[in-house]
Write a protein that binds this ligand. Structure first.
Ligand SMILES: [Zn+2]
Length: 676
């Protein structure tokens, strides 16, 4: 194939694919089968790979993104990207309409639009090609996120209009999509907007491409040129944007001049909308009203911060405005470093909020948050304080960045996944204190009268450094300290002494070993790993496989147990606590006399779903109760596979091949009935 032939075919493919993408993602009327689309797309990618110098920014192949790291250089906006003045009642909206009419000297028509709760994005087109996509930033300077924006299917990469123009839109994520994605995340996002913002700032555009972000455009800024004119009304701008292939919200409501003249009608429109918003598949936080005539907009102009030709009506929500005084980082017992916003005290839903966790750098980036910003705060699920959005930039502070060193011990921090950690596990004061507080807490050793403040004090006085020190507190010395009377010290001593008798199922998870919580400890004990020595043994043999065969223990947990019990520090800690008399082996349970051990010697696995056991783990509990062993994977030593509805796939096939007894739900029930 010659270069000319390739160039011609690439042009044809891009034209076709661009049209198909628009039909599919924007118009919702695909005219071609998926398989045909995929075939053409593969051909395009293949040709571009062969002739890389023909790759261009408006190629439909840009939709899949790239694995190259992008940075997001700051660029200046060519258009004013201002926020809107706000109204909180219908009367305020109507008053603003009237004021606009008075300023214009005649009755005006308006447009009512949904205020999508998303991320504001400005798209710059030059000679028909998307040249640049820029975040709002501070309104004058934003970040260039073009490569990520190109993966959003609803953003046209090429349009039929010469010259330069800019389009403002709101990138959003439908609520259903958000819930699905968020469920699988290590650090869930507070709301669809934050996830959309985080996605738009992924370093690799291929990551952005995985999330089906959407956009509605709501403003167009057209320049005139020979043979093409700028539209004269907002309605015409929206019409032109629709023609060019942009996603314009079909629920925009034009308000003719005669309707706008009636306060009752305006209030009615708002009232209807407030009711209808619950049925939308995406979140809106209000409505926007705009003067329709572009010429009048020019006459009305701007205040310092807002255009006078538009106003946002905000729905009521349990939010409070507050200022971020500073952002500090906390070091947890696992070394994870978490930024926390200290805010001016604000009352939201009956509680006073002063501290708000910000999770990690991605979360802060999504908010574009700096110290000093005025923010809207809420309580997620009416409990957990969250920063919803920045209302007003402080303007002087830069975007907040995580520190590179630990504020507690000065060690260089390391990134693991979305989070930053202090690697100085043994000596970092905050981590040590965190482990001590965790150990003594109610859900672990439950040491009475030994709270966080006392531990903090003991640490600061140098009386404790590590967990075993709790059992060697110099009580006489403590009694001499301010605030520690004889009686108080005696109560502390009693609490600590009592804790020496805690059983293995409490002492093990209290150590705070990652992945080894109460549930995992229970599984380990049930399956015969009933002493810490057995765990040291499998770690010494590096035998993750024997853990993996346990029902309820996954790869990550198994690997972590091996790692943690291979560390000499873990051995030292356990030895010291054993020397203090703490138990690191489970007491042999006396078998209940009436437990029928009819499944003894059998090994069971489960697949599919069941009428009588939801979740299906409950069926496996019955097996365990009757002396059977339960595993999560089909292997050679499996004797029975319980196969429920919709069972199929690899487990069933493999079990059949191995000659494992397959048991249906009805048969299983019969087996249980025979051994009540
Ligand atoms: Zn540290």
């Amino acid at each position: 194939m010659t270069r000319d032939e390739a160039k011609r075919e690439l042009g044809e493919l891009r034209g076709l694919l661009g049209r198909y993408q628009h039909e599919y993602y924007v118009a919702g009327r695909p005219s071609v089968a998926d398989i045909e689309y995929d075939r053409l797309f593969d051909r395009l990618v293949c040709l571009e790979r062969e002739f890389p110098d023909f790759v261009c920014p408006d190629s439909p192949s840009m939709r899949v993104g790239s694995d190259l790291d992008a940075d997001f250089p700051e660029v200046e906006h060519r258009i004013p990207v201002l926020s809107l003045d706000k109204a909180y009642t219908a009367a305020q909206v109507w008053a603003w309409m009237n004021k606009s009419c008075v300023a214009a000297g005649r009755r005006l028509s308006f447009m009512m639009e949904e205020k999508i709760d998303g991320i504001s994005l400005v798209l710059y087109y030059e000679d028909g090609v998307l040249a640049r996509a820029v975040t709002r930033g501070n309104g004058f300077v934003g970040n260039d996120v073009s490569s990520n924006a190109r993966t959003i299917r609803e953003i046209p990469l090429r349009v039929e209009r010469p010259g330069r123009f800019a389009v403002r839109g709101e990138v959003y994520l439908p609520v259903g999509v958000f819930e699905g994605l968020n469920a699988g995340m290590q650090t869930p996002y507070a709301n669809p907007r934050n996830l959309a913002g985080g996605t738009l700032r992924r370093n690799k555009s291929s990551e952005t491409a995985k999330v089906p972000l959407r956009i509605f455009v709501y403003e167009g800024f057209f320049e005139e040129g020979p043979g093409y004119e700028a539209p004269e009304s907002h309605t015409a701008v929206m019409e032109e944007l629709r023609r060019l292939g942009f996603a314009v919200n079909p629920r925009n409501v034009p308000i003719p001049a005669e309707d706008a003249a009636s306060e009752e009608r305006v209030a009615g429109l708002i009232g209807d909308y407030a009711k209808a918003r619950a049925g939308l598949s995406y979140q809106i936080d209000g409505l926007v009203f705009k003067v329709d005539e572009i010429g009048v907009r020019g006459e009305l102009g701007f205040t310092g911060h807002h255009p006078r030709w538009a106003i946002a009506f905000k729905f009521e929500s349990p939010e409070g405005l507050t200022r971020v005084l500073k952002i500090e980082v906390q070091v947890g017992r696992t070394g994870r470093v978490t930024p926390v916003a200290r805010v001016e005290p604000v009352e939201i839903g009956g509680a006073t909020i002063e501290n708000i966790t910000l999770h990690n750098q991605d979360y802060i980036n999504a908010l574009e948050l700096s110290e000093g910003d005025l923010v809207a705060a809420s309580r997620r699920g009416d409990v957990i304080p969250a920063v919803e959005r920045v209302i007003e930039k402080n303007g002087e502070s830069p975007l907040w960045r995580m520190p590179d060193t630990c504020p507690s011990c000065g060690a260089g921090l390391v990134d693991r996944g979305a989070h930053r950690f202090c690697p100085n596990t043994e000596a970092c004061p905050q981590q040590c204190k965190g482990r001590l507080i965790f150990f003594a807490a109610k859900d672990q050793m439950n040491i009475e009268n030994l709270g966080g403040e006392t531990i903090e004090f003991l640490w600061n006085e140098g009386m404790i450094r590590d967990i075993p020190d709790l059992y060697r507190i110099p009580y006489e010395k403590l009694e001499g300290c301010a605030g520690f009377g004889k009686r108080k010290v005696e109560l502390i001593r009693q609490g600590i002494e009592k804790s020496r008798a805690q059983p293995f199922e409490v002492t093990l998870p209290s150590l705070g070993i990652p992945e080894v919580g109460t549930k995992v400890t229970e599984i380990l004990i049930e399956n015969g790993f009933d002493s810490v020595d057995k765990l040291f043994d499998i770690a010494a043999r590096n035998d993750a496989a024997c853990l993996l065969s346990l029902y309820g223990i996954g790869e990550k947990t198994a690997q972590r147990i091996i790692e943690e019990f291979s560390r000499p520090e873990t051995r030292t800690l356990v030895n010291a606590l054993q020397a203090e008399g703490l138990s690191f082996a489970a007491e042999k349970k006396k078998a209940a006399p009436d437990a029928p051990r009819t499944f003894a010697g059998q090994t069971w696995c489960v697949t599919g779903s069941f009428e009588g056991w939801k979740p299906r783990d409950l069926a496996m509990e019955e097996v365990k109760k009757r002396g059977g062993k339960v595993v999560s994977a089909v292997s050679g030593n499996l004797t029975h596979l319980l196969a429920g509805e919709k069972a199929g796939g690899s487990k069933l096939d493999k079990a059949k091949k191995l000659g494992v007894t397959i048991v249906t739900e009805a048969e299983f029930r019969a087996l249980l009935d025979n051994s009540p």
